[in-house]
Design a protein around this ligand. Sequence first.
Ligand SMILES: NC(=O)c1ccc[n+]([C@@H]2O[C@H](COP(=O)([O-])OP(=O)(O)OC[C@H]3O[C@@H](n4cnc5c(N)ncnc54)[C@H](OP(=O)(O)O)[C@@H]3O)[C@@H](O)[C@H]2O)c1
Length: 283
Amino acid sequence: MGEENLLPNRQIILKNYFQGCPKETDFELRTTNVSTEIPHGSKGVLLKNLYLACDPYSCHLMRPQGQSRLFTHSFIVPGSVVNGHGVAKVIKSGDEELKEGDYVWGITGWEDFSMPGLAAYVGWNEICCPKKGETVYVSSGAGGVGHLVGQFAKMMGCYVVGSASTNQKVNLLKTELGFDDAFNYKEGDLRSKLNKFYNLKEPQGIHNLFSLIEKRLSLRGFVVADYKHMYPEYAEWAIKKLQEKKLVYVEDVITGLENVVSAFVGIYHGHNIGKRIVVVAED
Ligand SMILES: NC(=O)c1ccc[n+]([C@@H]2O[C@H](COP(=O)([O-])OP(=O)(O)OC[C@H]3O[C@@H](n4cnc5c(N)ncnc54)[C@H](OP(=O)(O)O)[C@@H]3O)[C@@H](O)[C@H]2O)c1
């Protein structure tokens, strides 16, 4: 194969499994070459990555077998390219359903070549089953999921309180995103702040299972991957709301593949406002 058929490809490699929060030293940047040739008869596709998402769940993909509470095995092992959700452009295609210039989204590698919102939509509509007039508290209210959930709750007619780690984020919730109230959970006493909104003499935590019955509580976990079938419904609804300017989507944009690791590590320290994405290439 001639060198004219090769493109340099920067890749983010997982160096070692990490414990707790990921660190920048757990990753390394490697440059290899990728062939631009699609073998004859193959349905292979060469993609140029444009946008990569930083998602908190990704750390569970990079834990040793048996050490993740979400997955039973490691999806990304040391020495391999890190992956996650992204948007890419088709450069070459052997698949008749995809042509050069098409844009695609899905799981892609953190490399040059190779969507939040559904979690908020499913969590709010399918799991919470909200009622108009209820008080809703959104922790991490200025995060990728939280800033959308708060707005969904407002559209439903709920009283919405959010919390975040900085006054800049709190301000965003109250001014741009229409939360009824918001507070900085790092300042003062969290319990008394929550009491202000719920008007409780004593915090009503779940002390034992009988409390679920007595207080008519529902407690339910979910994994958004189980609700992929709802994506078209969510996309149609959200795009209409965005066009009508009834929904604000906050993106925290970092530029350059070389910055994807620090961008990812930063979400575990509250450095993002809204959904953090990395722009690898504009087109
Ligand atoms: N069940 C599912 O299927 C599903 C799907 C998507 C997301 N999620 C979960 O939903 C949560 C939000 O996801 P996201 O994508 O919207 O993330 P995100 O909010 O965009 O990013 C993480 C945020 O969490 C807060 N944070 C970071 N470190 C923290 C710490 N040590 N203690 C407390 N808060 C910390 C920070 O906000 P502050 O600076 O305001 O503290 C940070 O901005 C995550 O826990 C994620 O795993 C679950």
